[in-house]
Design a binder for this molecule. Structure first.
Ligand SMILES: [Zn+2]
Length: 277
């Protein structure tokens, strides 16, 4: 980045964010760790295992007490710093459940397998401190364990990687699930949050509008896939090239196909996918 953003910014009277130095095509300017409250604070998404980032969180909360370390999900740009931050502060780690690789190899390298929460939060579970409450909102899809956290005192939602202003969420099977992701978008449509603080990118105002756009985007992609299969059975790589997508989008096309399969609309035959009449 030619023009690095400030390390610590106040985005709401109750919320500060600390930017990690891990910018990339997947993390935008980097992971944003949020600090909620004053005096007794919660830290959301401690970030990647970079000692300089743990030091930056400790500096930003100097003179305060971290009472909880919360994780939205266990991708390696979100949760690995939980361990070192807990070691430095004694604060408990809580939030999403760990993801256990079923066969020890089935999951992408992008997951943090060191994550060991002291308390797993389920949908609706909350913790509170002076002037703040954080309530878990289960939003599986990007990962099966993804949680958002609502901060009712600010009518805000920490949206993790579920909804971000700079890019759509990546949904990669087998852990990522398109049907669950769309249901989790729909769940947010039923809420009345006024702002989202995503883990990457700027705060999202008028968030419902963005959620509706994202649902429309997925519906459009699904329609494209069904139209292509209407021309005859074909493989994912054929569909990816017909839609002029990057090769990496194959995982997302697969996520759509698995969702359509679960709904009885398509079926696989070897490499090819076809419509179910
Ligand atoms: Zn993620």
């Amino acid at each position: 980045m030619a023009d690095p953003r400030p390390l610590v910014e106040t985005v709401h009277p109750l919320v500060r964010r600390v930017l990690a130095h891990n910018p990339s095509a997947f993390t935008y300017t980097g992971t944003q760790t949020h600090v909620v409250g004053h005096g007794e604070v919660a830290v959301i998404d401690p970030g990647p295992d970079l000692s300089e980032h743990v030091d930056a969180i400790l500096a930003a909360t100097s003179g305060e007490r971290i009472v909880a370390i919360l994780c939205t999900h266990t991708h390696r740009d979100h949760s690995p710093a939980a361990g070192p931050l807990k070691a430095a502060t004694g604060a408990p780690v809580m939030g999403c459940a760990p993801i256990l690789a079923r066969d020890g190899s089935g999951l992408e390298a992008g997951f943090d397998h060191s994550y060991a929460p002291d308390r797993i939060m389920a949908d609706g579970d909350s913790i509170s401190g002076p002037g703040w409450t954080l309530e878990a909102v289960a939003t599986p899809g990007h990962t099966s364990n993804h949680l958002c956290f609502a901060l009712p005192e600010a009518r805000a939602l920490f949206s993790g990687d579920h909804v971000m202003g700079w890019a759509t969420s990546v949904v990669i099977p087998p852990d990522g699930n398109m049907g669950a992701y769309i249901a989790s978008l729909d769940k947010l449509m039923g809420r009345e949050d006024e702002v989202y603080f995503p883990a990457h990118g700027d705060p999202v105002t008028r968030p419902q509008r963005l959620v509706r756009l994202m649902m429309g985007h997925r519906k459009q992609r699904e329609g494209q896939i069904l139209r292509l299969l209407g021309e005859g059975p074909q493989s994912i790589s054929q569909m990816v090239s017909s839609m002029r997508l990057q090769k990496a989008a194959g995982a997302s096309v697969l996520a759509h196909l698995l969702d359509l399969d679960a709904r009885g609309r398509v079926a696989a035959e070897g490499e090819a996918w076809r419509l179910v009449a």
